[in-house]
Design a binder for this molecule. Structure first.
Ligand SMILES: NC(=O)c1ccc[n+]([C@@H]2O[C@H](COP(=O)([O-])OP(=O)(O)OC[C@H]3O[C@@H](n4cnc5c(N)ncnc54)[C@H](OP(=O)(O)O)[C@@H]3O)[C@@H](O)[C@H]2O)c1
Ligand SMILES: CC(C)=CCC[C@@H](C)[C@H]1CC[C@H]2C3=C(CC[C@]12C)[C@@]1(C)CC[C@H](O)C(C)(C)[C@@H]1CC3
Length: 615
């Protein structure tokens, strides 16, 4: 071995790929070509790691047995799951399995203890994709019994390794190389030396156009919302009338509108904290901890509907929402900016292992935009979950309803038009479904991976209620009579989209929550080194994002009732295509980083991203 930082035989701490956990490993060799260290874990699993993913044991403060015991029951369980203990418990358990279990079930004794600040990303070093395709074709794939969320298919791994592998990822297991020592021959690790959770690494690859992009989005997104609101008010909101005439600045502001928005948010917060409904567990955090969320969204929308009905009964004129739309949007924008400033400020004091992986670049503007803290909470009140699921989402339905009343008033109708009814019912169904299945949001990208900053605060509070309602707003001033066959065709389209959306989201959510669910036992899966498996049949075998496909079909059904006279009501459809294509590519790179070659295998097995045979 040439002069390298670590030498053959050194006992060091190696990061478990895709996680922030470190385990004691022994250095076996260093490859001068790939600059990767081959290390062996206590249970005999071999991996190739970059130098950055290896630390000397002195850089760690490990949890002691007694400390981890003093924490929650979930954390107490973690003691029995480290790779160090696998040899005694079950020699068939791999480091992958136990690391996954440790990721899921363990937590550091105290977050502030953590010393690591380095970048801990696992880099995939693909050298020859073709060779990999030849080597690994269908070797991992098998019909799992679905009780194997943390099982690694050792036999198939062995086959892959036996062939000349040119395609190398630094996260592959190398248990079957001749010099790998069986787990049983490894010295037992002391029980109080367990995996250590590292601080969130600094974000290096930046989304949304990076730092410059963040400036752009910060200015563009609010301006766009105000622009489309001004546009939709025009008699002819076509591009020919761009730009719309700007009203005087004071026209944007109304203190009363601000008061109503604050009241609405407080009312939703009150409903959220009421001890009604289930307490659901979120997905395991990097620390292994699982946060609890009060999932009483359905109660919240029913209670809100009752409150609105009572207000209307008392003579409150909801068409105020239509006539003061611009001012309500400005007031909400102000609140979202203040909230984002609060979020950024508090994130400066948050322990670094509570920061999101993506919003920790060190650049103020980028981090402010993207969000630094993963789950900012005031006591048990989760700000991100609340904002994503309540004021904006339920506000969306309230605004749509107000637009239906405004349509009747403006056009002198006894009942809303078919088009307005369709838009209202379709979007109400979407929101109620989201609230009904509120628990499923806990397995989405936003909740699991994204920090809470301006992007989501603004997106949830302003973007959703003030732009997703544009179709209804448009119909107030731009009637579009629909024939009954057209209504029927649009309804069928909406139901088809909804079916795909709901089935695929539920399938993934059920699988992530309980991989051994008997209802899913017919599905094929691919094991990954993190212990989580990937679905490769069912909806997730049709395309890689079947839920996006269903969502897009629904979006089409929302715009069709508005006809083809203007582009504006199609704005949601266009925005949504861009949003979902971008989210899909963000998710692809996140998953490739998490799952490495298993993800590549999934992509080969399911080649299309959103639309079968098209994209
Ligand atoms: N109306 C709107 O404005 C709007 C905007 C955005 C999204 N949405 C909707 O919100 C819902 C959630 O979307 P999302 O963007 O958070 O993405 P998502 O598709 O719900 O979640 C992606 C995650 O699912 C897991 N996954 C991916 N492939 C898998 C497979 N084959 N087997 C098992 N797990 C797999 C991965 O996470 P793990 O492996 O880490 O579990 C991946 O990171 C979607 O229905 C979307 O249409 C709506
Ligand atoms: C500011 C911009 C341009 C983007 C912010 C994106 C944000 C508006 C969306 C990101 C994830 C979305 C989402 C829903 C609403 C819109 C987002 C927050 C959702 C709550 C709508 C209802 C669905 O049933 C859902 C599946 C729960 C959605 C989850 C994702």
């Amino acid at each position: 071995m040439p002069a390298t930082k670590y030498q053959t035989g050194d006992t060091v701490m190696g990061r478990w790929p895709g996680s922030s956990l470190y385990y004691e490993v022994k250095v076996l060799r260093f490859d001068t070509r790939s600059h990767l260290y081959t290390v062996i874990y206590k249970d005999g699993t071999e991996l190739e790691l970059r130098e950055q993913d290896i630390k000397t044991a002195s850089g760690f403060q490990t949890r002691s047995r007694s400390r981890s015991r003093s924490r929650s029951p979930g954390r107490r369980r973690s003691r029995s799951r480290s790779p160090a203990r696998t040899t005694r418990r079950s020699s068939s358990r791999t480091a992958a399995a136990v690391a996954a279990a440790a990721i899921t079930e363990s937590a550091p004794s105290t977050r502030r203890d953590i010393k690591l600040k380095d970048t801990l990303e696992v880099r995939l070093t693909q050298e020859d994709t073709k060779a990999a395709e030849n080597n690994s074709n269908n070797k991992h794939e098998k019909k799992e019994e679905n009780n194997t969320a943390s099982k690694v298919n050792e036999k198939s791994e062995a086959k892959v390794e036996a062939e000349p592998v040119k395609n190398r990822y630094n996260l592959r297991r190398r248990k079957d190389d001749g010099d790998a020592k069986p787990a049983e021959s490894q010295p037992e690790q002391p029980e109080d030396k367990e995996a250590t959770v590292a601080a969130a690494p600094a974000s290096t690859s930046l989304d949304f156009g990076g730092k410059i992009g963040a400036y752009f989005w910060l200015l563009f997104l609010p301006a766009w919302v105000l622009f489309v609101i001004l546009q939709v008010n025009l008699e002819d909101p076509s591009l020919a009338n761009f730009p719309p005439q700007l009203p005087p600045l004071e026209a944007f502001w109304d203190a009363q509108a601000l008061g109503f928005v604050i009241l609405w948010i407080l009312f939703q917060a009150l409903l959220h904290v009421l001890p009604v409904g289930k307490l659901s567990e979120g997905m395991p955090l990097r620390s292994g901890e699982r946060l609890k969320y009060r999932t009483n969204g359905l109660f919240a929308i029913v209670a809100s509907a009752a409150a609105v009905a009572a207000a209307v009964y008392q003579g409150v004129d909801l068409t105020y929402i239509h006539s003061r739309f611009l001012q309500l949007a400005t007031a909400t924008l102000l609140i979202s900016v203040l909230l984002s400033i609060y979020l950024y400020t508090r994130s400066r004091y948050a322990p670094s292992d509570q920061l999101a992986l993506g919003g920790n670049s060190g650049n103020l503007v980028y981090d402010f935009f993207k969000g630094r803290e993963l789950n900012p909470r005031i006591k048990s009140f989760d700000l991100k979950f609340f904002c994503e699921m309540r004021p904006g989402l339920i506000g969306w339905c309230l605004i749509n309803f107000a637009m239906a009343l405004a349509e009747m008033k403006n056009q002198g109708l006894d009942a809303p038009s078919y088009a307005m009814i369709l838009v209202n019912l379709f979007q109400l169904l979407y929101v109620v479904d989201g609230l009904w299945n509120e628990e499923a949001i806990l397995t989405t990208m936003d909740l699991m991976h994204d920090g809470f900053g301006f992007m989501l605060a603004f997106g949830d509070l302003v973007w959703v209620p003030f732009t997703y309602t544009l179709q209804a707003y448009y119909l107030v001033g731009h009637p579009n009579p629909l024939s009954l066959p057209a209504v029927a065709a649009i309804v069928i389209l909406k139901l088809a989209g909804f079916y795909i959306f709901r089935k695929s989201n539920s399938e993934k959510n059920a699988f992530r929550r309980n991989p051994s669910d008997p209802k899913l036992s017919h599905l094929k899966t691919i094991p990954t080194a993190t212990g989580k498996s990937l679905l490769v049949s069912g909806w997730w075998g049709v395309v890689r994002h079947p839920n996006y496909l269903g969502d897009l079909i629904m979006a089409l059904a929302w715009s069709l009732p508005c006809g083809f006279n203007h582009l504006l009501p199609w704005y949601y459809m266009i925005y949504f295509i861009i949003l979902l294509v971008h989210r899909d590519s963000r998710d692809m790179s996140d998953c490739r980083r998490k799952y490495g070659s298993a993800w590549d295998k999934y992509c080969r097995t399911v080649p299309y991203r959103i639309i079968p045979r098209v994209y």
